[in-house]
Design a protein around this ligand. Structure first.
Ligand code: NAP
Length: 281
């Protein structure tokens, strides 16, 4: 039985990224991420801090662009285009959710796909779909793959059940698993007999957003369980989608929350910024 620590995976991913960032700098290009935040939401600020720390560790410059929470759509798009056109910026991370008056759809079309390091644009999602490695997968979906790779996972013919079908996690993750020859089942809020479906998996991924929903009857011995969820439990503590206490004694491998996949996400972001700088230099 093994608990997979995200910090170890993140360090492994970052070590390679740092080398690539140093090479770029030696050639005269300083890789740079711009983080755009609208308003002062606490969890967005926390994510921004974590991302900045990771960029710093990888030798990547990070600039923070903070916009007023009441900004109009027209002004927001104008500011976004300014960052998008800035030759010194290689990657853009737009923190979400946006305030209600703003529509993200035009941004998905405006963003330069090479700078779209968290895969907002249709171009990058298409590339995930067809397995084109010149694009980026959403960082969280790729963080799951990095975690499984770190564990030395052989995907071929493995049954993977992904609970969740959002465009940021579940759907692209299923495509990435399929690209590695796994047999993928998507489950969602309308899935019947969810626990029975989940129990068929060799690798079970929970990307749901419901605290501790994956219970002991969803799992079996020998299974790997990856918990993407970030929730707050009844006592105000951070928890995942998996009932860790009751699931962990049964399964072979499991990621904790906090300290699991979430810790890997910013190292994938750093990797994407370096990829972008290599393409744009
Ligand atoms: P989302 O857009 O709300 O999607 C949730 C998915 O779960 C949907 O497909 C939904 O099904 C399904 N679902 C909801 N309730 C369910 C239930 N009772 N049974 C089965 N399926 C159910 O959420 P998301 O953005 O994908 O995020 C999922 C979780 O990952 C959240 O906890 C979020 O905080 C976390 N997250 C973590 C990171 C990270 O860095 N680790 C990044 C992003 C998100 P329908 O499609 O049928 O509605």
């Amino acid at each position: 039985m093994s608990i997979i620590k995200g910090a170890q995976v993140a360090e492994a991913v970052s070590a390679e990224t740092k080398k690539r960032a140093e090479k770029l700098k030696a050639e005269g290009t300083e890789p740079c991420l711009a983080i755009i935040r609208v308003g002062e939401d606490g969890s967005e600020i926390a994510y921004e801090r974590g991302a900045m720390k990771r960029m710093d560790k990888c030798g990547i410059k990070c600039v923070s662009v903070v916009l007023d929470k009441n900004i109009s759509q027209a002004e927001f798009e104008k500011k976004f285009v300014e960052v998008n056109d800035d030759k010194n910026v290689h990657g853009i991370l737009l923190l979400q959710p946006l305030p209600k008056q703003l529509d993200i759809e035009p941004i998905k079309e405006l963003i330069n796909p090479i700078k779209d390091v968290d895969a907002l644009s249709a171009v990058n999602l298409y590339k995930v779909f067809v397995g084109d490695k010149t694009g980026y997968a959403p960082c969280t979906a790729e963080a799951v793959m990095e975690t499984l790779d770190y564990m030395g996972t052989d995907y071929t013919g493995k049954k993977c059940v992904v609970i969740g079908r959002s465009l940021v996690v579940g759907k692209p993750l299923g495509m990435l698993l399929l690209g590695r020859n796994a047999t993928v089942t998507y489950c969602h809020s309308r899935t019947k007999q969810l626990a029975e479906e989940a129990k068929q998996a060799d690798i079970l991924v929970a990307a749901v957003g419901v605290p501790k929903m994956v219970k002991a009857d969803f799992v079996k011995e020998g299974m790997t369980v990856i918990d993407v969820g970030i929730n707050v439990d009844e006592n105000g503590n951070m928890c995942g989608d998996v009932d860790f206490e009751n699931v962990e004694p049964i399964v072979e491998n499991i990621t904790p929350v906090p300290g699991g996949v979430g810790a890997v996400t910013t190292s994938v972001l750093a990797k994407h910024v370096v990829m972008a700088a290599e393409m744009l230099k």
